[in-house]
Ligand binder design. Sequence first.
Ligand code: S3P
Length: 183
Amino acid sequence: MNESQPPPKNIVLIGFMGSGKSTVGRELHQRLGYPLVDMDQVIEQRAGKSITAIFADVGEDGFRDLETHLLEELNDAAAPRRIISTGGGVIGREVNRAILRHLGYVVWLHAPTAVILDRTAKNRERPLLHTEDPASKIEALMSQRKPLYAETAHLKIDIAELDSDEIATGILESARYFFAGHL
Ligand code: S3P
């Protein structure tokens, strides 16, 4: 990270699988017109295969390396402002957490485990939940990750009672205050 340049001013969405990062990312992209970087999608496009296939071929560690490389690439003060939506496990590595905070305003979309279970049950594209007991896996990962999301985020939003339109409005208003203090 080059400390002599002003920091980038991206809006970065973090949070557990199924918390709505991609949907809210698209909403912010539409409203602000900033380019959208959906990290999972970029990783899939570059690899030419799905996240599930990447996990099968190079394991979770291999996937985490791709995530870290992409974050390093995004950490470019000369790049235009962007909306960056991340994968749920991106906060696992300390180096990633440092880059995420440097990238801009970090918003944690948080939902209770019951909501996550319901939302993730509809889609099989999440290799970490390909287990006999996804509810226990979600509980375990959530308790490991909660402190890491909290440590990384500038703002936490409890999304259970909100739609993506309301969430985006909250993020935009608070981002204005945040960036006004970081000129
Ligand atoms: C993961 C979340 C996924 C994807 C991968 C691993 C995780 O992204 O990066 O399956 O470790 O929580 P979403 O949060 O978009 O589902």
